[in-house]
Design a protein around this ligand. Structure first.
Ligand code: ADP
Length: 262
């Protein structure tokens, strides 16, 4: 079984000031996946459909008073609706390409404790896979069991790690808008070099440092999740979904440029 992550940065226009889909990318991505007809679970990121609200309402930051609690309740409601809309667009496009996609709303069956998944029953997702469907989950805003937080954001990357373990995935593929993990952010440093293989021994600095590979933002969180997954014996591959043909090659198990995390 494959667990496939579609990065929010490839599906949406991430720095837009309102939720914006990248229609051309979505269409091509869905087309490339449609050749694959074995067991598959898809997880997509939230991109601009999530970040705008999660940031405005500071979902996942400590609540300091009653007013703030009310503000966050409003924020959680809006964030969930926004990412659910993106999920609908993705599911709809996958169906258009002949994939029997089933949208799953993570916040309706998952709760976190201190931002890590604590309550989640994967039985139904597994059953849909067994019956030949392709479940499609996504980064969402959920209830958190810590009363000081009450709400948290779960990234698509955290879902990937959790579901890969629970469902015993054979392969985990993550697609983003860069070729993989670089020695520095390739968007800002043209001299950054792609790293073929990352293990727990690779000298990566997940904050800032002049001497070591520098990884920030979304990519840093991704690596933490994926190294944890590697410890359980599940390798994962990060590839670029914006380069035509990459996803098609990756899902069919052929060689493709990217970073292997093992
Ligand atoms: P996605 O939405 O596709 O899951 P993110 O936006 O969360 O991806 O993370 C990918 C982004 O991480 C890239 O677009 C890149 O700008 C940034 N990034 C920062 N440091 C690195 C690095 N060392 N290697 C690759 N990408 C990096």
């Amino acid at each position: 079984m494959i667990i496939l992550k579609l990065g929010g940065s490839a599906l949406t226009v991430k720095d837009a000031d309102k939720p914006t889909i990248d229609e051309v990318n979505l269409d091509r991505i869905a087309e490339e996946i449609s050749d694959y007809n074995d067991d598959m679970v898809i997880v997509h990121g939230a991109g601009s459909y999530g970040h705008i609200y999660a940031k405005k309402y500071a979902i996942g930051e400590k609540i300091t008073g009653k007013d703030e609690n009310q503000f966050k309740i409003e924020g959680l409601s809006l964030t969930q609706a926004s990412v659910q809309l993106l999920n609908y667009l993705v599911v709809n496009k996958l169906q258009e390409k002949g994939i029997p996609a089933i949208g799953f709303k993570p916040s309706s069956f998952i709760m976190t404790e201190n931002k890590r998944i604590a309550v989640c029953d994967t039985t139904i997702v597994q059953r849909y896979v067994d019956e030949g469907f392709v479940p499609v989950l996504y980064g969402d805003a959920v209830l958190d069991l810590n009363d000081e937080l009450k709400f948290a954001v779960i990234s698509g990357d955290q879902l990937i790690t959790y579901f890969a373990r629970q469902l015993n995935a054979d392969r985990v593929i993550l697609s983003s808008d860069v070729d993989g993990i670089y020695t520095d952010n390739p968007k800002t440093n043209p001299d950054a070099k792609l790293i073929d293989i990352v293990t727990k021994d690779t000298k990566l600095l997940l904050t800032e440092n002049e001497n070591q590979a520098d990884v920030t933002g979304g990519m840093a969180g991704k690596i933490r999740e994926l190294l944890e997954l590697a410890e359980y014996g599940i390798e994962s591959l990060i590839i670029n979904a914006e380069k035509e043909g990459n996803l098609r090659l990756a899902v069919s198990g052929e060689k493709v440029t990217g970073t292997l995390i093992k």
